[in-house]
Design a protein around this ligand. Structure first.
Ligand code: ADP
Length: 497
């Protein structure tokens, strides 16, 4: 039977999704299922990994039924996932010994503060490209081993396995035969050396992690294993794996050094492909692995913005300024400018490139002439300004000329936002025809891994833009707006100290 589809399993923080793509990257079928979030204590976030596995399998089968796809017609499965989230499970039964500890969970903040104080962060940064922050996996894994009775001894005896979500899904999809992950996920654990591309013994010692629990690290594209025949009725190769942001970069066809994608979701993520060399950042960006294909590794610089679309949610649900997020486009366009208002969305501090946990949100420049439309416009403009700051940091760290920026995520539907972003960046902004770039990236990696696509050029040829936004603002105007934005940011810093 002819291979028609690529199956992307997109395992996100709030939902599990499956999309079946055809060769041209068109969506043939899509099913989404939300799952439960657990908040056992202030600042703690957990998932039930078994529920994740069940929901992911459920949407996969439903997506096949929805478009009448038979397992014979599926060329390969690609997996993309919420990153850094930690699962530890029993090697015999596949049962997790504790809930998955989610990337958002701050329970290991004290441990990380201790690492910073002891001066260990420099070493961590050099080897992993990351920071000593609870966000990443290692301290969460150590927490499980230290807090679940008997876990450490069982781990040392080789009875337990550790993995990020991709790894847990691969293990279950292969009926427990394959314990593996890809470098884009391994690179987020704080245990993986991005220069040697191996688990790092020094770091394993620092975090007190027994090597016996670690998965094998395989290239992001290529066969990881076959799905257990009982699941879909036939074996299907699992042939592409990447963490969500890296998969989106791949799904945007950002294959060359200097290519940038910008995701406007709840938070914002900018990633730049830096080619075959890891670039250490001087401006608060993370250095990480984009993907590995064959023996070739592609590195990236990553800047994350905490509050992006989330600011729009706050204006909608908190201040009740409008009913739907999409209403903001017409509101912002109905006024000439923000009437001098600047909104700095530092609700939970500021991420890249400021990294100020004590910054807090501000709305500045208020006069009696200010209407809700001005505030909405200021919020959208702030989303764009934040991307300017991250891109500026990327420019400082790298020699690559930036041609254009490819956008995706829920808020990239907003035309006002993208045209303002083009103006303040002074760069073309491109929105792709398929905005499900995360799933698409996983499908591309899987397709490449089984030869469904012969090379990157064939993938490029299948990709298309929906709309390009061209900058129209004068340099003077841009500089003036950015000067005032930076003045506003300055005033939000350190507020909660
Ligand atoms: P995530 O995957 O991070 O949950 P999405 O990519 O689904 O997020 O994007 C949802 C976010 O985008 C929400 O915060 C929402 O407020 C915002 N959003 C959605 N549509 C629009 C729009 N047209 N204009 C501005 N913001 C929007």
């Amino acid at each position: 039977m002819e291979k028609i589809y690529l199956m992307a399993l997109d395992q996100g923080t709030t939902s599990s999704r499956c999309i079946l793509f055809d060769r041209q990257g068109n969506i043939c079928s899509q099913v989404n299922r939300q799952f439960k979030q657990y908040y056992p204590q202030d600042g703690w976030v957990e998932h039930d990994a078994t529920e994740i596995w069940a929901s992911q399998m459920g949407v996969a089968v439903e997506a096949m039924q929805k478009c009448g796809a038979s397992p014979e017609e599926i060329a390969a499965i690609g997996i993309t996932n919420q990153r850094e989230t930690v699962v530890v499970w029993d090697k015999k039964t596949g049962r997790p010994i504790y809930n998955a500890i989610v990337w958002q969970c701050r329970r290991t903040a004290d441990f990380c503060a201790g690492l910073k104080q002891s001066g260990a962060e420099k070493e961590i940064r050099e080897r992993t490209g990351l920071l000593a922050d609870p966000y990443f996996s290692a301290t969460k894994l150590a927490w499980i081993l230290d807090n679940v009775p008997g876990a450490r001894t069982r781990a040392e005896n080789g009875e337990l396995l550790f993995g990020t979500i991709d790894c847990f899904l691969i293990w279950h999809l292969t009926g427990g035969r394959v314990h593996a992950t890809d470098p884009s996920n391994a690179a987020r654990t704080l245990l993986f050396n991005i220069h040697t591309m191996q688990w790092d013994e020094e770091l394993l010692r620092l975090f007190n992690i027994p090597a016996a629990v670690l998965p094998q690290v395989k290239p992001s594209s290529g066969v990881f294993g076959m799905s257990d025949p009982t699941l879909f009725g036939r074996e299907i190769p699992i042939a592409g794996v990447a963490g969500d942001q890296q998969a989106a970069l791949f799904g945007q066809c950002c294959f060359e050094a200097g290519d940038v994608k910008n995701t406007y979701g709840t938070g914002g993520f900018l990633l730049m492909n830096t080619g075959s060399q890891p670039v250490a950042s001087t401006g608060g960006l993370l250095t990480t692995v984009g993907w590995k294909i064959g023996d070739k590794t592609n590195y990236v610089l990553e800047g994350s913005v905490f509050m992006c679309g989330a600011t729009i949610q706050w204006l909608r649900d908190g201040l009740k300024l409008f009913r739907h997020a999409r209403d903001t486009e017409a509101m912002a366009s109905s006024v000439e400018d923000t009437a001098g208002v600047y909104l700095v969305p530092a609700f939970v501090g500021l991420g890249a490139p400021y990294w100020d946990a004590y910054a807090r949100g501000t709305i500045q420049g208020l006069t009696r002439a200010v209407k809700p439309e001005h505030i909405v416009r200021a919020a959208l403009e702030a989303m764009a300004y934040q991307t300017v700051d991250v891109l500026q940091a990327m420019r400082k760290d790298t020699p690559f000329p930036i041609g254009s920026v490819k956008v995706d995520g829920g808020a990239s539907a907003n035309n006002f936002l993208l045209s303002f972003q083009a103006d303040v960046l002074g760069l073309e902004i491109t929105r792709p025809a398929c905005v499900e770039t995360t799933a698409l990236g996983a499908a591309y990696l899987a397709g490449l891994g089984v030869g469904f696509y012969s090379d990157l050029n064939e993938i490029r040829a299948s990709w298309s833009a929906e709309r390009t936004f061209v900058p129209q603002m004068s340099n003077e105007k841009r500089e003036e707006l950015l000067r005032l934005w930076h003045r506003a940011v300055e005033r939000s810093l350190g507020w909660a100290k």
